[in-house]
Ligand binder design. Sequence first.
Ligand code: GLU
Length: 505
Amino acid sequence: MTNQKVRVRFAPSPTGPLHIGGVRTALYNYLFAKQHGGDFILRIEDTDSQRFVPGAEEYIIESFRWLGLSFDEGPHVGGNSGPYRQSERKITYRQYVNQLLEKRLAYIAFDTPEELEAKRVETSNFQYDASTRLSMRNSLSLSSRETQDLIDAGVQYVVRIKIEPEETVTVNDLIRGEVTVNSSILDDKVLYKSADELPTYHLANVVDDRLMKITHVIRGEEWLPSAPLHVILYKYLGWEDGIPEFAHLPLLLKPEGNGKLSKRDGDRLGFPVFPLQWHDPASGNISQGYRETGYFPDALLNFLALLGWNPGGDREVFSLNELIDLFSLDKCSKSGAKFAYKKGEWFNHRYIQLKSNAEIAELFLPVLKNHGVDAPVEKIIKVVGLTKERVNFVEELWEQTNFFFATTTVYDEKSVKKRWKADSAERMQELIDILQPVDDFSSTHTESIVMNYIESKEYHAGNIMNAFRVALVGEARGPHLFDIVEIIGKEEVLQRLRKAIIELK
Ligand code: GLU
């Protein structure tokens, strides 16, 4: 498939919210497409009407909008290879089903679910294949007359692929190399169901990848076992010259590394496994999302990019454009990637540091508003600058900064007990007296005044500073004390000192 424009697809089934593993699959597709100047296509694989969940497609589209990964084609943006919802492509699939039946590469089967179940009970490891198909009820074991009569009588049927046994099937995988299987391990998979006039995943996937001119199929490892069947289907449909390149991405594993990451791991350890909050329409349950938890989309993408791929070296923070430049499938690992969710928090922390104080202040504004604070933007920007290195999420800034905005100070008992000494009230009165005439309340100026004073009196600096901090902050924490002094300003500093003297007897 050389010399062709790169075209990749992300092909979710709308059976619920998008899992974080799906986001990573989509991201790798996106990076690969953009690096090659190719197209990134969204295809909704909604052929399983039993598992269809209303709202799931909208959720998927909204997730990518938030993440900033835009599709070149898809149900929401259109394109020349549509429709992009498989349920709207019934007629197309039926043509290929007919073609396979005519060429006797597929056959019609009438076995009911009960009959199939009975077979499974009777024969352990029962597989519908060359060794068993003639003992089943299908167009190979029945006469063409009987077959036609059943169809005419309206009996529902499925169409199964006819796999020839003992043949070597090779899948070329860009991550795993050549994967070879013996066709005898494959069963005669169902390709089509008359009941809903829809194909199953396998047929729809192959037909659409072909008709949409997909050049690279980049998807999760869980689809690797289906790839040999897909290769056979390409051949049966006469498309062996156009089989796309495959790349099966490593699994995302539990943070502990034992087994596949699941929603339960997120619930157990307190991290989201979905990009956005999800309201389950059936159960009414609400699941947390990365967006609502306070993650930046670029931090989340950076975190996900490195789960299963690494450009080499120690660097970890990359912009989306840098990821596009650096990404390569041959640097993807074959083995699963532990979902180290704490690393995700670390990335969000890094991104807070990388963003300007003004940008973070803007995001902090609504949080302040919720706490009834209405402060000048300039002040908020300064406060953010002093405290952002202490948080992973913007929301956490409130806890780190409330004393900058609160008019009444609440004193933490423990801090008072430890830091407010018998002579503290007296010392704080002296601070009031020396600061009263000062006009320049900049951090460095007030610091030199207070420090000179302490030195001249030969006071214990720690004791004074501790008491001063309790008076201003209410407890033993916060950034550099004189930075706080500068930001809250003279009037407020003096007032808090007076209040502490009265209240902390
Ligand atoms: N519909 C499949 C899914 O939900 C697509 C798998 C593939 O990419 O072939 O993941």
